[in-house]
Design a protein around this ligand. Structure first.
Ligand SMILES: NC(=O)C1=CN([C@@H]2O[C@H](COP(=O)(O)OP(=O)(O)OC[C@H]3O[C@@H](n4cnc5c(N)ncnc54)[C@H](OP(=O)(O)O)[C@@H]3O)[C@@H](O)[C@H]2O)[C@@H](O)CC1
Ligand SMILES: Nc1ncnc2c1ncn2[C@@H]1O[C@H](COP(=O)(O)OP(=O)(O)O)[C@@H](O)[C@H]1O
Ligand SMILES: [K+]
Length: 462
């Protein structure tokens, strides 16, 4: 089975070195990479012409192997290489390719394969390389990036040259950080992994895998399936959206803890008006959600304090993340807390807990390390940091960029937490269900419609 590890360049180089120390030559690895990529390119080309752009390093070496493989399959192939190969293995590859190589402008082709630079990109792309990439950006053919798009830094997703939009990106041997980070992923098109048969580190950060959900046990009842208590605050709409999603995500019983009446609340949502500390004493509560619509006043802080000192599995979202501070965490069971923060909330938490990570991945990881909470840093490049390590997700629908979709996510996560009590698993399941609900809801949905689509999304993973 291919590994789902997401590696830094150092980790990838170490894995390749270990394979070579084990007796596989670099040339053998390059042939595997090139042949595996050529299978995809041939499929996409469907007999049409292909142009391969080759750089001076091993990414360029892959390009010559791809070109030769396509040539042998009878395709019309052209190769452009502004500079001669510089490494021994890429020189082998250049000799292996029996066709013509030009160092001129980008020729016309139906499919372009970009092998200028892979994870070895070390500085701004300029001169002939930049001209070729600008030509590629403006060309109308199908564009395939090999390993990492040539203007993108593998470890950071940073752009160091012309911004080309690819249709397909083929990661060789392992996913790299750039394959999960914005803005890089927005330019990569569909992403696929080409297995080159090297062992990858067991405990590396990895892509999240689709969850496998279970129907309730034969002897289930509403409490055993999970009782979720949602703490209501100043604004009524947000916790109701969370509740709509939570009722469709597996919990057997969803309660809104609120001193106010909610005329718009659905009939199946129980409203408990008891004073909050007393309501939270119910030992049957499997999880608490606090934050959506909570407000940021002194009463809001008291509610958050009460929710945390109940020491139950909890999802913290929205206002709760602005109110949270080290003193509030003193009475809490941090290992049972799941946080769903967007960029602004993550920044606020990092400031409160003095976390200064260089990028989103580092911030999520360091916030988890500093607090013990399981942290989901949301967005098109959601990253989850918890006791089981880092998890990355493929990008969800951009229609999720609508008000209230975060309340829906928090409701799903809290519902899953009420079902099994495991924060990292709950957040992972929630992201998948959220993305699937968005896919099923199609374009231009409202947060309420998204919450309703969680029910059919559940079916996908049962
Ligand atoms: N190792 C293995 O086992 C396997 C590796 N594989 C493949 O190798 C790729 C990594 O290869 P790599 O390390 O040779 O780096 P690569 O991405 O080709 O670039 C380095 C070259 O580009 C140059 N250069 C950099 N930036 C530049 C710039 N802005 N402008 C101009 N030049 C620039 C740099 O030159 P220098 O900095 O030395 O001047 C050097 O010559 C990897 O992504 C995968 O595709 C697969 O075959 C599987 C097996
Ligand atoms: N462009 C996007 N592509 C994919 N997912 C997105 C995008 N923008 C937002 N999302 C997702 O939508 C949700 C928005 O949550 P949030 O910002 O808390 O919204 P709100 O506070 O209005 O409920 C998050 O789950 C986030 O990952
Ligand atoms: K490339």
């Amino acid at each position: 089975m291919p590994s789902h590890a997401v590696l830094t360049v150092d980790q990838k180089r170490a894995a390749e070195k270990a394979a070579m120390d084990g007796g596989i030559s670099e040339w053998e690895l390059m042939q595997r990479a090139g042949e595996g990529a050529a299978d995809w390119v041939a499929r996409m080309a469907g007999g049409r012409s292909v142009c391969v752009l080759c750089g001076p390093g091993n990414n360029g070496g892959d390009g010559y192997v791809i070109a030769e493989s396509l040539r042998k399959r009878g395709l019309a192939v052209s190769v452009v290489a502004p500079k001669e190969p510089g490494s021994e293995t890429s020189r082998n590859a250049r000799e292996y390719y029996e066709g013509e190589v030009s160092d001129g402008a980008l020729p016309e082709a139906c499919v372009y394969v970009d092998c200028l630079f892979g994870y070895g990109l070390s500085r701004k792309v300029e001169g002939d390389f930049a001209c070729l990439l600008a030509g590629l950006r403006d060309a109308s053919g199908f564009k395939i990036a090999i390993d990492v798009p040539s203007s993108i830094v593998s470890d950071t997703g940073e752009l160091l040259g012309p911004e080309v939009g690819y249709d397909l990106t083929l990661a060789l041997g392992a996913w790299k950080r750039a394959h999960v980070m914005m803005p890089a992923i927005a330019r990569m098109g569909v992403k696929r992994l080409v297995d080159i048969g090297i062992e990858l580190p067991d405990h590396a950060p990895r892509m999240s895998l689709p969850p496998r959900l279970m129907p309730p046990a034969a002897d289930a009842h509403k409490y055993r399936r999970g009782l979720l208590a949602i703490v209501a605050g100043e604004m009524l709409g947000a916790p109701l959206l969370s509740a709509e999603a939570a009722m469709r995500s597996g919990a057997g019983y969803v309660k809104l803890l609120s001193e106010h009446s909610h005329p718009d609340a659905p009939a199946e949502l129980v409203i408990d008006g008891a004073p909050l500390p007393a309501a939270l004493e119910d030992t049957r509560i499997g999880a608490v959600l606090v934050g959506p619509g909570l407000g940021r006043r002194e009463e809001s802080r008291e509610k958050l304090a009460a929710a945390l000192s109940a020491r139950k599995p909890a999802v913290l979202d929205a206002d709760a993340l602005h109110l949270l501070d080290p003193s509030l965490l003193e009475n809490a069971d941090r290992s049972m807390i799941a946080v769903t923060s967007h960029e602004g909330e993550l920044a606020a938490l990092c400031e409160t807990f003095e976390v200064r990570g260089a990028d989103k991945i580092a911030r999520a990881q360091e916030l988890h390390a500093a607090t013990g909470m399981t942290v989901l840093a949301k967005g098109p490049d959601s990253v989850l940091a918890g006791a089981e390590g880092l998890r990355f997700f493929t990008r969800g629908s951009s229609w999720l960029s609508a008000a209230g979709t975060g309340d829906v996510l928090a409701g799903i996560a809290a519902s899953r937490l009420a079902v099994h009590g495991e924060p990292q698993r709950a957040l992972e399941e929630a992201v998948w269900l959220h993305h699937e609900a968005a896919r099923l809801a199609g374009p231009a949905f409202t947060a309420g419609q998204l919450a309703h689509a969680v029910k059919p999304a559940m079916e996908t993973y049962l």
